[in-house]
Structures are given as structure tokens and as C-alpha cells.
Design a protein around this ligand. Sequence first.
Ligand SMILES: CC(C)(COP(=O)(O)OP(=O)(O)OC[C@H]1O[C@@H](n2cnc3c(N)ncnc32)[C@H](O)[C@@H]1OP(=O)(O)O)[C@@H](O)C(=O)NCCC(=O)NCCS
Length: 208
Amino acid sequence: MQNYLIRQEQKKDYRVVEELVRDAFWNVYRPGCQEHYVLHCFRGAKDYVPELALVMEVGGKIIGQIMFVRAELELEDGKTLPIMTFGPISIATQYKRQGYGLALLNFALTKAKEMGVGAVAMAGNIDFYGKAGFVPAKNLGIHYADDWDADYFLAKELQTGFLDGVKGVYHDPKGYFVCVNDTDGFAKYEASFPYKEKLKLPGQLFGE
Ligand SMILES: CC(C)(COP(=O)(O)OP(=O)(O)OC[C@H]1O[C@@H](n2cnc3c(N)ncnc32)[C@H](O)[C@@H]1OP(=O)(O)O)[C@@H](O)C(=O)NCCC(=O)NCCS
């Protein structure tokens, strides 16, 4: 791994970061990808956390990014517990599997902890997130509303004891994925990037 710098994303970085997200996610989970549009739409939303919108630089070039979103758990007694979720997280293709992603994630989680965030939860691959201390959320008493017993829905406690005795349901924050359903808006936005071929590949989770 080369020397890297992690800093808060600035307005001037927006397009470069969206290009990075598009390149990193392209054809990974579906033919093409939409994660760059999620990021594009969600900046400025009330649940977006600017302090945790981070970029990673190597040699002055942005090679990684992560963004966080405020979320909550719905508890059995009807109360709610504030937590956070995050994503997209991306590392530029030529820098993948060299430790940068884990370094960026751990940095962001430390910052979130310092900000007082009690826990984070998200859907992801345990092979990667497990290295940062994530476990299946259901083991911590948290279920994913969209897929109750999902093994891929993960969580990590940041403040010791925050989830003690908690039984909660996680709903994706309103608005997080809303823009994905805006097919016209997405088509127009996508057309502003250089053409890339969409491919159906083995291992993708979703169709087109
Ligand atoms: C996922 C991503 C952010 C990981 O960043 P990275 O820099 O490539 O990962 P790291 O090198 O820090 O990985 C650390 C360890 O996590 C595990 N890991 C990382 N990516 C993995 C993958 N795709 N599949 C399985 N295990 C993985 C490995 O154990 C890895 O160590 P190893 O390379 O010595 O085996 C990056 O690959 C990426 O941008 N992928 C495309 C976008 C994406 O999928 N984002 C996450 C959506 S939930």
C-alpha cells in the first residue's frame, strides 16, 4: 500500500467521486450500476452526513470514497434508536484488494465513533466487512425489514453496550434509494458519462 490521505469530500470532488463510484461498481452487482446516482441524488438530503463523506487520495488522486446516512432502528416498544448506515464505498479498480478499502472503512468507523454514533448497519459481504468487526445484524438483535433473517445484513456496535438488550428492525432510510426509481432522471444522468458496456456476469445479485 502506498501512502494515502483521507479527507472530507468537497464540492469540487463531486464529479470525480461519481466517476470513481461508477467505475468501481460497474457490472459488479448488476449489468451497469446505479450507485453513483444514489450518491449524486443523496448529497444535501437531511439524513446525509457530510462529516462522514470521505475521500481517499493516493499521490494527489482520489482513489476511494465512502458516504454515511442517518438511520434508525424501530424497537419493540415503539421507540426508535438512531444509528447510521453507509454506502456506497468504493475503491478504484486498479487499487482494489490492496488494503485501501479496509483502511478507509476503519478510518470512517473511528470517526463515526468519535462523533458518538452508537452502531452502524448495512447489507454487505461479510468477507470484507467482517475484517472491520461486522457480524450478521440478527446476532445483535437487529433484523432487516426487507429480508428478516438475511445473513448479509450486517451490523457493528461502535459504543460498547449500545445494542445491549436491543431488539430492533431496520428500514432503509426514506429517500436513500428513491432516485433509483427515477428512470428518466437516471437515464439523463447516465448519458453524461462516457459509454461503458453493460454485461450480465456470473455472481451478479440483480438483473438489469
Ligand atoms: C468492496 C471494496 C470497497 C473493498 O475494497 P478493497 O480495497 O478492494 O478491499 P481490501 O483490499 O481492503 O480488502 C481487505 C480484505 O477484505 C476481503 N475482501 C475485500 N474485497 C472482497 C471481495 N470482493 N470479496 C471477498 N472478500 C473481499 C479480503 O479478505 C481482503 O483481504 P485479501 O485481499 O488479503 O484477501 C472494493 O473492492 C470496491 O470498491 N468494490 C466495488 C464496489 C463495492 O462492492 N462496494 C461495496 C458494496 S457493499
